[in-house]
Design a protein around this ligand. Sequence first.
Ligand SMILES: Nc1ncnc2c1ncn2[C@@H]1O[C@H](COP(=O)(O)OP(=O)(O)OP(=O)(O)O)[C@@H](O)[C@H]1O
Ligand SMILES: [Mg+2]
Length: 394
Amino acid sequence: MSRPCAANWPSWRSEPPGPAGPPTSCAWPGRRQGAAAVTEPGLPIDVGAYDQLATMVALASPDGRCLLANATLENTVGLSRRALQRGSVLDWLADPSQLRDTLVMVAGNQVATSRFDALMKRQGTGGGELPVHVIVCQTDWPDCVLVEMIEIEQQIRLDREERTHGLAQANKELVRNLAHEIKNPLGGIRGAAQLLAMEVSSKELTEYTRVIIHEADRLQALVDRLLAPHRRPQVVADVNIHEVCERVRSLILAEFPRGLSVVRDYDTSIPEFRGDREQLIQAVLNIVHNATQALGERIAAGDARIVLRTRVVRQATFGRQRFRLALELHVEDNGPGVPEDIRDRIFHPLVSGRDGGSGLGLTLAQTFVQQHHGTIDCDSVAGQTVFRILIPLP
Ligand SMILES: Nc1ncnc2c1ncn2[C@@H]1O[C@H](COP(=O)(O)OP(=O)(O)OP(=O)(O)O)[C@@H](O)[C@H]1O
Ligand SMILES: [Mg+2]
């Protein structure tokens, strides 16, 4: 996995131990969250780099004393770094026995790395218990063990994102090449049919040429859509996400003046970001269009509802990267939900769950959002479908 992760981060192991030996909590008076990565005086490693990691990382002594905790750990546990570094890593788990034994085994060189699942206790505002995957491994310092914890849900999501990303790249390449291959003969077929139409006098035969031309045009339109994201260069300017939402809202309400309410739930403090406004309008429009298609019956009944919700999220991890700040746009509808048999594949090209659908709307939306270093995912149950667009903010 290429995601930054302490346990497989080679640079960290190659760092030679400094004269000060392993870091101690008193040697590190608690760094400001988000501070630039620097080498703290007296520490043998670049401790700031730990704060760039999306997973929770601590250094501990074999008896569990916490020597160092990173920013993600601080945020997730809900305690300040000072408080974490005054305590024991054993206090963070609902049942610390396995971690206690593992720390001793790893520090005693019986195993180099050990992994297990556990429940982490959360303090502060979050509260409750969080299922985590724990990785304990050796460091280059005696009596200092690295403890890494990954939220299990986050791990599953990251694995899924990774798989989807790889597949999407391969699909994109295939579709693009295929579209190019179809385009040239298609022009020839259409041209020949036109010439033929001029030659034949029988009405019946002219009908055949008309069908050929019509179908060639339909195929041409499909190919044009397939190639759309690669054709026009990005026009980058400052984008206000609410202008994008408002534009989509007015287009949809013009199309469905009755039976559908498009509710705004905006966080107006979201800053502008650099991007291609038209691409983003197209992406949101494709998603909202799908919602209106799924809402057909409810529009007829008069109680169809789409919510456009914007929020800022801090420390978001997506697209195999961690972002300090990101924009989240939810498009929520009260329709019947995405058909279960295609739920895992809706972002793949040519996957459609409706008659007459070409299965390109979401592929294009995902491509446009990815061009903004963002991603789209979907959560759907009958009565509530949410498409979530995430885009990094400056
Ligand atoms: N909000 C939604 N509710 C239910 N199903 C949805 C929703 N959004 C998407 N889908 C399902 O996902 C499928 C894929 O959507 P996508 O936009 O990629 O293609 P399409 O709408 O079938 O065709 P087109 O290329 O014309 O957009 C849809 O056919 C539909 O079955
Ligand atoms: Mg669509």
